[in-house]
Design a protein around this ligand. Structure first.
Ligand code: FAQ
Length: 328
């Protein structure tokens, strides 16, 4: 129970049955394309799904700041340091917007952070991989931001208004990140043979995690059907992956780079891309805490939580009278 709103957490828990008349009216509103606001009636499962998804999205933004964040001091040149610092700052700002959107559904931010740190809540698979070289940061800023934009522009047309408003603002900032990432990629792709090689190696490293980024194939997705019905997700995982192939594979080829999947091809009849098995077992391991950097990422967040505690406590306390300047 959070305030006067009850959130039954975890997909396995039983939810109270919804009033059938209210549910019917709610689904009619969704069908008419109306937006749902925080104070409107909503089914308990809609609320639970939104909290799960928005919270995971918020965690992904703060954890997502870490692989690139470690490169701020090593970015080549002052201009790139400034640009990367601004990008990392934006990502943390996105988390703020998203935690606020999730809070409108009744779950306090402190509880969300606890659930990230105790491993109850997931965050995006991609941020559990290391950024070994500057080229890794270029691939993250270009292709992971591109993947994020595809997902978020699509879902910004969804049914829950506070989430859609946050996504609209986030997407505007993400499009700057994409340009910044593409600029870095082009610089490396048109640079020395060593720089081109570094870029290709980084692309090879990130390709599979990027395939996983859009979620499991539709046939294996637990939540898609319900979320599409309620217009929280405006496209399925496979549809978004296809959109990514359509938009970005030609751009990757244009730069003279190779996609590390010999089976990747567009079917001329259906217009759909076919691709090799991206190793869904690896995806499962990584999202369940056993990726190359999961432990390190959470350890850094725990340290930040501990070190910032005194600031949060000081801000929460009323200031002692002797420090308050009287108004004259
Ligand atoms: N990573 O039934 P589905 C960014 C989990 S923001 C980890 O298909 P759903 C910005 C899923 O939670 C990146 N876990 O799930 C940036 C569920 O587990 P649960 C984040 C994943 O929700 C850029 C289970 O698998 N974006 O990158 C993943 O219908 C650069 C079953 O899966 C968002 O969060 C995954 N990739 O569809 C920052 C967007 N995929 O909860 C810094 C909003 C699935 O039952 C640098 N979220 N799982 O235990 C969504 O659109 C959806 O949640 C999906 C997954 C599409 C991610």
């Amino acid at each position: 129970m959070y305030g006067n709103i009850s959130i039954v957490e975890g997909p396995q828990r039983e939810l109270p049955a919804d009033d059938p008349a209210l549910l019917e009216e709610f689904e009619a509103r969704i069908a008419r394309g109306e937006k749902i606001e925080a104070h409107d009636w909503m089914p308990a499962e809609y609320r639970r799904q939104l909290v799960r998804m928005i919270e995971q999205h918020a965690h992904s933004e703060i954890i997502g700041a870490l692989p690139e964040g470690t490169w701020i001091t090593r970015a080549p040149g002052f201009k790139r340091k400034m640009a990367l610092m601004a990008k990392v700052q934006d990502e943390v700002g996105h988390a703020q917007l998203l935690y606020s959107a999730a809070e409108t559904l009744g779950k306090p931010r402190e509880k969300m952070i606890d659930d990230l740190l105790n491993g109850k809540s997931k965050y995006s698979n991609v941020f559990n991989y290391p950024a070994f070289t500057w080229a890794d940061t270029a691939v993250i800023a270009w292709l992971i931001d591109a993947a994020a934009i595809i997902n978020q522009v699509t879902n910004s047309k969804g049914s829950y208004a506070p989430y859609c408003r946050a996504l609209e603002r986030i997407c505007q900032e993400e499009s700057f990140h994409l340009k910044y990432g593409y600029d870095n990629v082009v610089t490396l792709a048109t640079g020395t043979p060593k720089q081109r090689e570094m870029l290709q190696v980084a692309l090879n490293r990130w390709w599979r995690p990027i395939m996983h980024f859009f979620g499991p194939p539709d046939v294996a997705s637990q939540h898609t059907e319900k979320l599409v019905k309620w217009k929280v997700k405006m496209a399925t995982n496979d549809d978004m992956r296809q959109q990514f192939f359509n938009q970005y594979v030609p751009k990757i080829w244009e730069l003279g780079l190779t996609v590390p999947d010999a089976e990747l091809a567009k079917d001329p009849v259906t217009g759909k891309w076919t691709y090799g098995d991206p190793d869904w077992a690896e995806f499962k391991r990584v999202i369940n805490g056993d990726g190359p950097c999961n432990k390190e990422r959470l350890a850094v967040r725990r340290m930040a939580e501990e070190q910032g505690r005194w600031v949060r406590e000081a801000l929460a306390k009323p200031m002692a009278a002797k420090y308050v300047t009287p108004l004259v």
